[in-house]
Ligand binder design. Structure first.
Ligand code: SAM
Length: 255
């Protein structure tokens, strides 16, 4: 039936795809991809036959022309499956305008959730995960980057950024200057891939480490919120409250 499926695809390891995403890839009438070559490769790896189904390209630069074409396919009763190049569509990737147009035209939009670098970095980075603020990619120009950093300085949550390896050292140096040298931060690199690495340190130290080393690959940066108690302080606090609870239970029993 006519509708749009938004499929999450792996961010590094091909087997990180859900069974449901594979089912949809096998059965949708039309496949749509930000990068048609990556999607064809994924189908090949998982032995999903394409048959005579088209794989159409949809990305930021052709979205306006493609949307009417895709809506016309929906009007013919076709189901569409959309995958961005990697991870979850719309998370620093195209798909938002497409999903909105499909919804406005009255067709269902369904998600097959799965990998995203934001959540993967949070689970591995070692910074608090109770609240986070995804800030996407910062502007490349230094002045604009510092203004954007100043704008999130007081957000009471772990800050999450996507950054290119070319700019990581400069970005961290600016972050140390604007947000404070002592804030705990983590560089999460090549997640789910062979050279996966987490480097965690206060911002100024992390900036120095990244200036001394040439980091390659894909990177997520996490920065702790302002004035956050360190993780060990949080653990200590919960140990203290547990101890107090045990104490009052014991006292109650004694009485
Ligand atoms: N839609 C994707 C998602 O759900 O994470 C993100 C697409 S965005 C164009 C690509 C950026 O995501 C990279 O520059 C990097 O910052 C981050 N990223 C993607 N895969 C990653 C990985 N395996 N390890 C670390 N960062 C990754």
């Amino acid at each position: 039936t006519a509708g749009l499926y938004l499929l999450a695809t792996p961010i590094g390891t091909a087997r990180d795809i859900t069974l449901r995403a594979l089912d949809i890839l096998a059965s949708a009438d039309v496949l749509v991809a930000e990068d048609t070559r990556s999607l064809r490769k994924l189908l090949e790896i998982h032995g999903v036959p394409l048959g005579d189904r088209p794989v159409l390209s949809y990305h930021d630069h052709n979205g306006a022309q493609m949307r009417p074409r895709l809506l016309a396919l929906l009007a013919e009763g076709k189901s569409l499956a959309y995958a961005s190049e990697a991870g979850t569509p719309m998370i620093a990737d195209p798909g938002f305008d497409l999903a909105r147009a499909v919804r406005e035209a009255g067709y269902p939009v369904t998600s097959a959730p799965g990998p995203s670098a934001v959540v993967t970095a949070l689970t591995l980075g070692g910074l608090p995960t109770d609240k986070f603020f995804f800030a996407g990619f910062l502007p490349n120009a230094k002045g604009q980057r510092k203004t954007a950093l100043a704008g999130v300085k007081d957000v009471p949550a772990t800050l999450v950024f996507y950054e290119s390896p070319k700019r990581i050292a400069a970005m961290l140096a600016d972050a140390a200057e604007v947000l404070g040298a002592e804030r705990e931060a983590a560089v999460c690199r090549e997640l789910t891939k062979k050279f996966e690495e987490i480097i965690r340190a206060p911002l100024s130290e992390l900036a120095q480490i990244c200036a001394d080393r040439t980091l390659k690959g894909e990177i997520v940066v996490l920065i702790d919120r302002a004035g956050s108690p360190s993780v060990s302080e949080i653990e200590l606090e919960s140990q203290v409250s547990e101890a107090l609870e045990t104490l009052s239970v014991r006292d109650a029993v004694d009485l």
